[in-house]
Each structure stands twice: as C-alpha cells, then as structure tokens.
Ligand binder design. Structure first.
Ligand code: SF4
Length: 413
C-alpha cells in the first residue's frame, strides 16, 4: 500500500464556499452559540463569524475537524475571490502560478485574513503577489543543494550525526517564501517502498542519532501513517532523538487532537520544531494547540524566517518572541531568507537580521533571543551570526561592549 494514500488531504475535495450570508463584521458582539451548542473545542468569535458567513451549512464540529479544514482548503483564485477582495498584484500572481508553489489556505487561516489589507503580514505569508514571478540570477530552485545531499528519496544527510527525512510534500498552507518550494505541493509522493528504503538508510548509518521528520508538513499525514513512520524510526537503536518540523499549530490548530498526542507520546524523546512568522499568528486556537503539545511533554522550539515588511523590525520580533514564550515555545532559529526563486520582495539584508538580534540581546530574556543563522547557499549548512560585541582581543585581555554600550574588560591571563 502506498502510505501516502492515507493522507487526509483531499485537495479540491468539497468546496463549500458560498457568498455572504450576513452583513455582520468580524469581531462584532454576536451571540454565536446557544447554551446547548457550546463547543467542547475552541472556536473564536472571529472564526465563528467567518464560518457562519462563508460556510453557513457547516457545524462547529466540522470546523474543528482538521480533515474538514483540509478538504475545504482554498486553493483557487475563484474560491479566494469569494471571501476577499484581491489586489491587482495578487490577481496577476494568482493567474500565473502554473508550475509554481500552489495556493493553499485552510478556512481557519482564511478567517484570520479575509478582511485584511494586502499589506497584512499574515496575508502576505499565503497570498502571492506579482513580485513572486520575478527571478534574479542569485536565486536557485534548491538553494541549499538538498538534492545533492540525498542518498535515498526523502533523506537529506548533510550533517555528521543527523538526517532530515521529508515524509510528504503536502502542507496545509503554502508559505510563499518556502525553501522547498521546488518540491512541496507537487505530486511526487513517497510510497511505502520509499519509506522502507529511508528506514534502512538510517538503520545502516550508525552515526545518525537525530532524525528530523519534515516535509512538506508531516502533521498533514494521518495518525496511522505517523505511527508507522515514528515506530520504524524509534526501533532503530542508535537513534536517540526524533524531531518533527511542522507549521500545523499555526495554520491548522484543529490537527492537535488527543489521539495525535497519544500517538506522538509513544516516541519520546520527541522534539517539535514549530514555524512562526508574526505575533498575530498566536491566536487562542494556536495557543491551545501549543499548550496541548507542551502538556504532552514535547519540547517546543520555534523557527522564524526574517521577512521584509512582515517581521523585520525589533518591536514585531520582540512581541513574537515574548508571545511564543507565553505559550511555552522556545525561540530557536531566526533564518535569513533563502535565495529561492521569486523571493526578492521578502529578503532583507543580513545587516537587518543582526540589528534585530542586537535589539533583543540584553533588552529581553535570553530565552527570547533566537540564534540568527544563514543557511549557506550551495549546501554549506546553517552558519550562526552574532552582532559584534568584541572591541579588542589579544593575549592579555578581551574588551567587550555590552548591550548598553558600556565597555567591560576580561583578562586572558
Ligand atoms: S509549512 Fe514549511 S514546508 Fe510547508 S510551505 Fe510553509 S515553509 Fe514550506
């Protein structure tokens, strides 16, 4: 059996978008639920207004069903136009996406952006603009050269003691700046034989003590497939830790079900690397999903890509880091945006990233400061960067400047 047949992702499955059914504005004070209709799972007022307007026949149970969210994900310009007014730049881009990273937005995430302006940071994450069609000579479809580090399908073995295992090409939302835009959203699925070859590769490479399961987004796979993958990896004696890279709690928090937690809990130590871009992504639903994962005992880290006009300033980044800590997610990496085709409008200078880190160090808790890295073009791997705090360094002493500009000396002898 092809394991990916188990994916719960049925694109274009049951589009239920309809026209406006109400003139209410989101956030309006509305009694959404009658007493006997109070949901056992959270639906914010914002999502509720959106759901009643655009999916009027849908029940709260369906809205909270992650498979319903995936079946009803918005993946065409026609469906997107039914819920929001698009700009000329967006329309031009959406009409020219053929062969590029597809459009996909869960109804939940659509409820966060449907009445926003084109400059809204969350909207820019998922709706392409015409600049995405412009490519420069420094951009490459596989800037990290993952293909040349791939001994078998799905495995990238770049670093000595760990491997990346891309178990699916499917995500619940497609981020317009995705490093793997050359492969995600494509139909090149891994079958059961591919999985077996990948397990075998890990089993025969005793130096691999850490396996990062990523994609695409692994949590778009159903619980049975995840169980199968995780149990096979956990059975390999020399694998010490397993990590899952996912954006699901941000774009599809309904996926974090009790059953999923019970499946994942069998495979501790299991770390979960989340991916956040902006503080507004941390809604009540997202916070609930992260707290549930934290209660399951999974150490949570967050990776953020530095994006022009989305999070490239100190106040936004600081707010994001603080909000992450409040939902028990430790900021892990801040990435310089990779040189993928059509990413020029998202990229900042490296200097900007260093300025942001300088604006965090000392001014807030060390836990709130991620490591700023450039994932080196050409497959050089992650290279950490720090602002320069060293004024002078010789055999006698090191002179350092602290975050307030104060000079401090430490003897080397
Ligand atoms: S969730 Fe990750 S893999 Fe999927 S599109 Fe976004 S960045 Fe790419």
């Amino acid at each position: 059996m092809n394991a990916n047949n188990n994916e719960a992702t049925t694109l274009h499955g049951e589009s239920r978008l309809v026209g406006c059914s109400s003139d209410e504005e989101p956030g309006a004070k509305t009694t959404i639920f009658s007493q006997n209709e109070i949901p056992t799972t959270l639906v914010s007022n914002r999502s509720s207004v959106f759901m009643h307007r655009y999916f009027p026949l849908t029940t709260i149970d369906s809205w909270n069903d992650w498979k319903w969210q995936l079946r009803n994900a918005i993946s065409s310009i026609e469906d997107l136009k039914k819920i929001m007014k698009l700009s000329e730049k967006e329309i031009m881009a959406l009409n020219n996406l053929k062969g590029r990273l597809p459009l996909r937005i869960t109804p939940y995430f659509a409820s966060l952006i449907y009445n926003s302006k084109p400059s809204n940071p969350l909207r820019r994450n998922v709706i392409p603009v015409v600049e995405e069609l412009l490519e420069t000579s420094s951009e490459q479809s596989d800037p990290l050269h993952e293909k040349s580090f791939s001994p078998v399908k799905g495995i990238v073995h770049r670093y000595p003691d760990r491997v990346l295992f891309t178990v699916t090409q499917v995500c619940s939302n497609y981020c317009r700046y995705c490093t793997r835009s050359h492969s995600v959203g494509r139909l090149d699925k891994l079958g059961r034989q591919d999985y077996e070859k990948a397990f075998n590769y890990i089993a025969t490479h005793k130096e691999v003590r850490d396996v990062l399961i990523s994609g695409g987004d692994p949590l778009t796979l159903n619980d049975e497939t995840l169980d199968y993958i995780l149990s096979n990896i956990r059975n390999i004696e020399h694998v010490e830790i397993i990590r899952i890279g996912t954006r699901v709690p941000v774009v599809l928090p309904q996926r974090i079900t009790d059953n999923l937690i019970n499946v994942l809990k069998k495979y501790h130590p299991l770390f979960i690397s989340l991916h956040f871009s902006h503080p507004d992504e941390i809604t009540d639903e997202c916070a609930k999903a992260c707290n549930k994962l934290a209660d399951g005992g999974f150490p949570l880290g967050s990776q953020t890509v530095l994006l022009k006009g989305i999070n490239d300033n100190v106040p936004t980044m600081k707010e994001l880091m603080h909000k992450l800590l409040k939902i028990r997610v430790r900021p892990y990496y801040l990435y310089q945006c990779d040189l993928i085709p059509g990413s020029g409008h998202f990229r900042t200078t490296v200097k900007k990233g260093l300025e942001i880190i300088k604006g965090l160090i000392g001014f807030t808790s060390g836990y709130a400061v991620p490591t700023f890295v450039v994932d080196a073009p050409g497959g050089g791997g992650k290279i950490p960067l720090l602002p320069n705090f060293v004024v002078e360094h010789n055999e006698e002493r090191i002179v350092l400047r602290n975050y307030k500009g104060m000079l401090c000396e430490y003897p080397e002898k």
